[in-house]
Design a protein around this ligand. Structure first.
Ligand SMILES: *Cc1c(COP(=O)(O)O)cnc(C)c1O
Length: 222
């Protein structure tokens, strides 16, 4: 099926309040353009250089979300244009984003990545590490970042039960952190969870941002 058709089907399926991040990593500009022409404006990339090249080549009304694993030395290349960084998993990264955002004269939106999967390969704070970081309070002094919520990836498994349990644990953590640290902060409202194989379960558990790649663009060739 075509990218256009895939986007239309997905958009029709998403309830109100859930936004689609079209994950275009490893796909060429032509594929992004096709999604763009179908009305899609939010795209997710996982490599900084690739995102910068696409940003430079394509329409400036695209919202670029960085969904990959972050390296401190790469933040400077995207600080001037990135719309949302999904995978922040340390205070050190938050400080570096703050520094680069200040240089670019911006406030950059970030999500804290939480490790919810039973897989070592996935990144993120444990729930306790995240609470400790927020409790410690140094993040409040970082004026050029804005914490907008949480991001997580479920285990890659056929067990729908396990995936549901992991998403629901992330959703509970969101509620807990919201009431402990962000009650009066309307910006803390995003829960980024769900990919091609598990976005329906993520939506059931309260996702506000689904990150869907292969279901739109087909398999990636690495
Ligand atoms: C690649 C990627 C996705 C999209 O995965 P699909 O299975 O192709 O939908 C979503 N989130 C993250 C963090 C990714 O790296």
């Amino acid at each position: 099926m075509s990218v256009t058709k895939n986007i239309q089907l997905l958009q029709a399926e998403l309830p109100q309040g859930v936004r689609l991040v079209a994950v275009s990593k490893y796909h060429p500009n032509e594929a992004i353009l096709e999604a763009y022409n179908a009305g899609q404006r939010v795209f997710g990339e996982s490599k900084v250089q690739e995102m910068v090249a696409k940003y430079e080549a394509l329409s400036k009304d695209i919202e670029w979300h960085f969904i990959g694993h972050l390296q401190t030395n790469k933040i400077k290349y995207m600080a001037s244009f990135v719309s949302l960084i999904h995978g922040v998993d340390s205070l050190k990264l938050l400080k570096e984003i703050d520094k680069q955002a200040a240089k670019a004269g911006r406030r950059v939106k970030c999500l804290l990545q939480i490790h919810i999967a039973q897989e070592e390969t996935k990144f993120g704070f444990t729930p306790n590490e995240c609470k400790e970081m927020l409790d410690q309070g140094e993040w409040r002094e970082l004026k050029n970042i804005q914490l907008c919520g949480l991001m997580g990836m479920a285990t890659n498994t056929d067990s729908t039960e396990q995936v549901r349990a992991e998403f629901s644990s992330l959703s509970s953590l969101f509620d807990e952190l919201k009431s402990a640290f962000f009650t009066h902060d309307e910006a803390f409202c995003e829960l980024s969870m769900g990919m091609s194989d598990d976005y329906p379960e993520a939506i059931e558990a309260g996702s506000t941002l689904v990150r869907v790649g292969s279901k739109i663009f087909g398999e990636r060739v690495y």
